[in-house]
Design a protein around this ligand. Sequence first.
Ligand code: ATP
Ligand code: MG
Length: 606
Amino acid sequence: MQKVGIFRSIHVKFVLIYVLLIIMAMQIIGLYFAKGLEQTLKTNFTTSVVDHMNLVEFSVREEMIKERTADDPSLIKSLETVLSGFSPGDINEIRVINSKNLVLATSLDNQSMVGQKSMDDIIRRSNTSEAPDEHIYLDQRTRTRVLVLTAPIISGEEVIGTLYVESNIEKVFKQMDEINQILAGGTAISLTITIIIGIFIAQTMTRPIADMRRQAQAMARGNFSGKVRVYGNDEIGQLAIAFNHLTNRLQESQATTEGERRKLASVLENMTDGVIATDRKGRVILINDAALLMLRMTQDLVLNRPISAILGVETEYTFEDLTEMKDSLVLDFSTRERPYVLRASFSVTQKNTGFVNGLIAVLHDNTEQEKIDMERREFVSNVSHELRTPLTTMRSYLEALADGAWKDSEIAPSFLHVTQTETERMIRLVNDLLKLSRMDSRDYDLNKEWAEFNYFFNLIIDRFEFSKSRNVHFRRHLPSEELFVEIDTDKMTQVLDNIISNALKYSPDGGEVNFGVTVFDKYIQVMISDDGMGIPMENVKRIFDRFYRAERARSRAMGGTGLGLAIAREMIQAHGGEIWAESEEGKGTIIFFTLPFEPQEDGEWD
Ligand code: ATP
Ligand code: MG
């Protein structure tokens, strides 16, 4: 938070303005007041002195124009008497000077100046101007201000002398000083009071502003909970109300934005498709977890890098190419072990003006789809191949027959026999395919019934034992206890038929086929082994795939289509079991499968 310097704060500014205004007002008032008062006091003082003076002047004039007789005391003596008759009061000295500037009398005790010539300008001027005069000057001796008044003594038309009065006016100035001091004191007191009041008034104005400032700073930090107090209904009060309103609106829009952001984030995070967003230069600014997982990257590896590099297409496409791309782009990250294909679709984000803002890429894992497509293509090619072989065989035999072989009683039956077996083979193949397709579309029901597995298994093995054309020994390792399982006996017969016929087909003469059943906790495990040619290790898993035959030519020669184990696997899985094989080339093969089984409590069937 930025601090406001003390002299910059509104608070101090307010108080300073108050103080300056008060000082100015007091100064102007004081000046006028002091000047007026001084004038009045001086005038009053002068008037009282002049009144005295007039009285003295009258007496002095009388004495000066008096006809002197012998028994009369001299003029000087009588003037002295006149002057001494006045009480001094504020008057320091009264002096009488004749027209020749000679001092005739003084009210001072010191009479030495009597008879002396007065050198004062003011007296000379008075003697000649016939007008009274006044003058204030500083008495150098007493360091006080004195008022000197002169008035000509006029007899008829002629100036016969001058009356000189010196009075102590210092009192008036002292009074003025006191009044000025009172004024200054008043100013100081009023200033102190104004400052205190000013501080409070300023506070009432600045407090709401300070509140708003604090609230604005809190808002900048994302805290909208505070409210500014409204102190009144003046402009600042209304500003505070408007400010609170603004806070509410901001909080609401912040909440909406935050909600939208969270919604968007959760949508992005919960999407199974990957989403990548870029800025207008094609650098990644947002990527969701699904996209990171698909690209096997981390957030910091991806952010701010060009999208074409992230998708690994920087050599083929520029960012502009991607923005103009209408169809989706297939990204093949497959390795030899694992197919991995992503499909990326692009859409451009634009402003209203049409200005490209960025690009959004949606990634979809297309591996499964691609795998299914591949399997489908392979399946179709397998089926057509499987059908074409018997058909071409049949065509050539039928051609031969049509060309005249039908007449030959030796060849014709054997040729017809071949076409018959080929037709049977095709029927078998089509039947197997139908079976598989029905299982794929799941529109079949298992006809389950309870059967004792040992009995059921023995019957099938017996059937093979009686009808077998080759010298192969059968060995049974079946448990003595009764094993009741719930199975579709028809389907289970097909499974066992296929496994056993495979074992017989691939066993050498004099070989041995073993049959075993082991009971486990929740299931029974069936085992059929032979000591035939076996299957190469890397192909063991694949024998359950459709159309898979370890050695195509030889297997076909043995009449197989490669669908038997695929059907067996579907059926076992439909029963809730599993099927797998173990084999060693040249040593033999073991096929295992399991079936769910629950050991019966004693007496349950009684
Ligand atoms: P079909 O069973 O449809 O008549 P098939 O026997 O060739 O034809 P599957 O039963 O699915 O097809 O078997 C697939 C392939 O697995 C066989 O072609 C064979 O190569 C191999 N195979 C299966 N069982 C054995 C076994 N016991 N010993 C050796 N190879 C086997
Ligand atoms: Mg088979």
